[in-house]
Design a protein around this ligand. Structure first.
Ligand SMILES: [Cu+2]
Length: 222
């Protein structure tokens, strides 16, 4: 209740964005990154504080279906393995999720059948000009089952392809008195950052001490 006789129901806002990324060309691969603690080992990890990143190349549509994971700080990187930065790593952009939610409605509820894209936060598909909307072309008044949940059942290859990265993100709205009578703005989103795409911070007029020369060899100035 947000005012006498005014009831504001709990609800969720769930969005999906379709990112047809082309990192230095169309043939891209999506990598899932998970941060994990190093095993406890007196020799290798004596202070029990070391951790590293597990990077997995996503090869098929089913393998790419995933949810956010706070335990591993999960993120995704889209790379072009044919194009390298000056350290010899594939150029890429990293996708950092923002606020998100898990749907609370049952998978049998009508809206979830029609919006199967809410079953995962991340989906990756090979580009197809007919696949434009996460829930399919005509979700309303239908029995559901179209869109990402149907297309990705084909389990197509997504490695070194013109990939499309789909991100589902939601906000769980438990209304408060301050949302009434006019609700203030709420924001939600994600971030794309170059990650090994440039050879150094491109926004500073400070050259890095190590730069490659015309032959691709390193001039080291200390
Ligand atoms: Cu709301």
């Amino acid at each position: 209740m947000v005012s006498p006789l005014v009831y504001a129901p709990n609800h969720q806002h769930i969005f999906n964005v379709r990112l047809d990324l082309d990192i230095e060309g169309m043939n891209n691969t999506v990598q899932q990154s998970d941060v994990v603690a190093d095993p406890l080992d007196e020799g290798e990890n004596p202070f029990e504080n070391a951790f590293h990143v597990l990077v997995k190349d996503l090869k098929t549509e089913k393998e790419a279906r995933a949810n956010l994971c706070l335990e591993t700080g999960r993120s995704w990187k889209i790379v072009n393995k044919a194009k390298k930065n000056f350290m010899g790593q594939p150029v890429g952009y990293k996708f950092y999720p923002g606020e998100n939610a898990i749907p609370f409605a049952s998978p049998n509820s009508w809206w979830r059948k029609r919006a199967g894209f809410v079953n995962h936060h991340v989906w990756v598909t090979p580009y197809n000009e007919d696949e434009n909307y996460a829930a399919g072309d005509f979700p309303n008044q239908r029995h559901g089952g179209d869109g990402l949940s149907k297309w990705t059942e084909q389990n197509r290859s997504i490695e070194n392809k013109d990939v499309v990265f789909w991100y589902t993100f939601g906000h769980t709205h438990i209304p408060r008195l301050e949302d009434y009578p006019i609700m203030p703005t709420a924001t939600i989103g994600f971030t794309l950052k170059p990650n090994g795409f440039f050879d150094a911070n491109p926004s500073l007029d400070v050259p890095p001490p190590v730069i490659p020369n015309k032959d691709g060899k390193l001039n080291i100035e200390i």
